[in-house]
Write a protein that binds this ligand. Structure first.
Ligand SMILES: [Zn+2]
Length: 317
């Protein structure tokens, strides 16, 4: 009975889950915009008004640490933007791109990996991320999936132990593993001297949170990741999400509260025997919808579906 419910819920989730991919996007219209974050740290984002999933900036944000020791990149955007990303990096520095770190597996953060690996960049990421890429490559639609190019798979992987530390360009870069949150292979990247942490997508301020259960994400991990970030960050540390505006530690609190509140509503509804369709129809996010930028019904329904599925999975453990 439970597995039938899970199957039904999984099928319901599928149309929402595909919204992370580049469906209707005119890549030719996207420019890369540079945002300086310190003497040798820059963020690159795609221009606004083009990406249907992230209206404020197309694709995922890229971090560029540049200096005499070479360049370290965080994430690699859609493959279709690789030339533009490289041109934007070259406006910052002509040094070799030595390291590329992925915050998580989604293609708006990793599909450019192969392009930069072929230029000599060594890719680092969580073991779970590499495993996910290898599985994706074997999936029936692999031919259409840029992740299926093994050149883009991480070369150096790590687990949930101590952070991997890279010393480059006078900066100390910590790759901090995050327990299954947005996906099962999330990493935060902390630039200690610049006092900046790139937190990937377990926080987003455009639309509702995305817990990608199909790629190993979890509600519990999402809440833990937010707590971990709050412990690491000082009051003025700039927290840079994979999409959306840069935030500070204090901004995490209402976001965490919102997730916990909606999750409790969904749990209560499940305990009352409500179906996924009933729970979606009851609009458990209603009091947040107007306040949240990009809080569309699609994004709310996907979030509620994930919470419903997560609770059902948790019930099986
Ligand atoms: Zn993502």
């Amino acid at each position: 009975m439970k597995s039938a419910c899970l199957l039904a819920a999984g099928l319901a989730l599928a149309p929402f889950a595909t919204s992370v991919s580049a469906q209707i996007m005119d890549f030719a219209k996207i420019d890369m915009i540079a945002e300086p974050m310190g003497p040798n740290l820059t963020m690159l984002s795609g221009s606004s008004g083009i990406d249907p999933s992230h209206d404020d900036a197309a694709g995922g944000r890229i971090g560029v640490l540049a200096g005499p020791d070479g360049i370290l990149m965080v994430d690699s955007q859609y493959a279709q933007l690789a030339d533009k990303v490289l041109a934007a990096i070259r406006r910052i520095s002509a040094e070799p791109i030595r390291f590329l770190v992925n915050t998580h597996i989604h293609r708006d953060h990793t599909a450019g990996n192969a392009f930069f690996a072929r230029m000599g960049a060594v890719i680092l990421a969580r073991e779970e991320l590499r495993d996910g890429m290898m599985r994706t490559a074997k999936s029936p639609n692999a031919a259409a999936n840029p992740l299926s190019d093994p050149a883009g798979w991480p070369v150096i992987t790590y687990g949930m132990g101590a952070p991997v530390t890279i010393h480059l360009d006078g900066e100390t870069v910590e790759l901090i593993p995050v327990r299954a949150a947005h996906t099962g292979g999330d990493t935060m990247i902390r630039f200690v001297n610049a006092d900046v942490i790139m937190i990937g997508d377990f926080y987003r301020n455009y639309g509702y949170p995305f817990i990608d259960l199909g790629n190993g994400g979890s509600l519990k991990g999402m809440l833990e990741a937010l707590d971990q970030t709050a412990r690491l960050a000082g009051p003025d540390t700039r927290l840079v999400p994979g999409h959306g505006t840069v935030i500070k530690r204090g901004d995490l609190v209402p976001y965490r509260d919102m997730i916990a509140t909606v999750a409790e509503r969904v749990k209560t509804a499940i305990a009352e025997g409500k179906s996924l369709q009933d729970v979606i129809a009851s609009k458990p996010t209603a009091d947040y919808d107007a306040k949240l930028a990009g809080g569309t019904s699609l994004s709310a329904n996907r979030f509620v579906t994930e919470l419903y599925e997560d609770v059902m999975y948790a019930d099986l453990k």
